[in-house]
Design a protein around this ligand. Structure first.
Ligand SMILES: NC(=O)c1ccc[n+]([C@@H]2O[C@H](COP(=O)([O-])OP(=O)(O)OC[C@H]3O[C@@H](n4cnc5c(N)ncnc54)[C@H](OP(=O)(O)O)[C@@H]3O)[C@@H](O)[C@H]2O)c1
Length: 323
């Protein structure tokens, strides 16, 4: 597994980040442990978790599974409760206890909230860094302006800055191309991408015209909308993958890897079998022609004002990097 530079820091992490949201949920403890052990054997050291996953059980499973191998992993967790100082400094203590460690590598604000106070948040995150309970801090689901504003606040006070933004990005959800990804390139922010296979949809788990099985992750309102809206596109993606002799998950994840703004896709799995399929995406590169072909299968590019006439000027990722 390739190592990639972790934004502005001097760290390197595996290009694949392992998403653990299903540990303790659709994936029992034994299977979770097997996945973690297999991941480490294949050089995957970057883990993503959160205090809220399974009400803390996911962190406990990770803690019990990695045992004495703590230092071999780069662990991310996220603030659980409110965004006031007490919640930010208290949530990390609870996470550390569950994870059975005295520090995490990256501590994220999980979601922005109405009436949040960016200055208080940055001051509180800085306290967590100062206490040695996290090495780096970041955010998740932040718009570009909020990340820039928060970091300006930190810089003015000599506090730790947000080094990472964790966001959803895939062939269907491309809103981040407008501001979040170009900002990441300009400011060397780590982009860790969640929902790379749209909860299984782009892995070929659910088919248009067939109702998703009850109790599956597809049993939601948004999945019904995606299936109806992008059914034909998904069929084209499945055929493309079949013709290439690879899995659709490989194509979907490789499409994300191709963006120069993306540091690491966060691959969520609920079995070792899925892990073994999805890790192959990191040995499979789409050519420029294949990337264009796959992109065109989905009519999901964000449409701008003036019918898209100025899109290259406003939001072309290559304004800074060149084509
Ligand atoms: N920061 C945030 O707000 C946020 C939000 C969501 C997720 N995340 C992180 O991102 C990770 C990934 O997100 P996600 O799980 O929502 O999305 P995802 O990775 O797009 O979807 C994962 C699901 O897709 C299915 N799948 C995966 N690989 C497959 C394969 N090879 N073949 C067939 N099906 C496959 C599995 O569904 P089944 O379990 O049904 O088999 C799996 O649970 C999470 O684990 C979490 O760490 C962060």
């Amino acid at each position: 597994m390739k190592r990639v530079k972790f934004g502005k820091t001097n760290e390197e992490v595996s290009e694949m980040c392992l998403g653990t949201m299903m540990f303790g949920d659709r994936c029992d403890e034994t299977e979770s442990k097997n996945i973690l052990s297999y991941a480490l054997d294949f050089g995957v050291n970057f883990l993503d978790t959160a205090a809220m996953y399974c009400e803390g059980r996911t962190e406990e499973i990770i803690g019990r599974s990695i045992g004495g191998k703590r230092k071999e992993f780069f662990i991310t967790t996220k603030v659980h409760k409110g965004l006031d100082e007490k919640s930010i400094t208290g949530s990390i203590d609870e996470s550390l206890k569950r994870l059975g460690t005295d520090y995490v590598d990256l501590y994220l604000i999980h979601w922005p909230k109405e009436k949040m106070n960016p200055e208080e948040i940055m001051r509180s995150l800085n306290k967590v860094v100062q206490s040695g309970k996290t090495r780096f801090v970041g955010c998740s689901n932040y718009p570009a302006w909020l990340l820039a504003y928060s970091n300006a606040c930190a810089e003015g006070n000599d506090w730790a800055e947000l080094v990472c933004n964790q966001i959803p990005y895939n062939l269907i959800e491309r809103g981040v191309e407008v501001e979040v990804l170009p900002q990441a390139v300009a400011e060397k922010i780590v982009i860790a991408v969640y929902r790379p296979v749209v909860r299984g949809l782009l892995a070929g788990k659910y088919r248009p015209g067939e109702p998703p099985p009850e109790g599956s992750r597809a049993d939601t309102k948004e999945m019904a909308i995606w299936l109806e809206r992008y059914g034909e596109s998904i069929e084209r993606l499945l055929k493309f993958a079949k013709d290439k002799g690879v899995s659709p998950a490989q194509v979907a994840i490789s499409w994300i890897r191709k963006s120069p703004a993306v540091t690491c896709p966060i691959v969520g799995v609920s079995s070792l079998e899925q892990f073994k399929i999805s890790i192959k995406a990191f040995d499979f590169d789409l050519s420029n022609e294949e990337y264009t072909e796959v992109t065109k299968m989905f009519d999901t590019e964000v449409k701008e004002e003036a019918g898209g006439a100025y899109k290259d000027l406003r939001r072309n990722l290559f304004l800074l990097t060149g084509g």
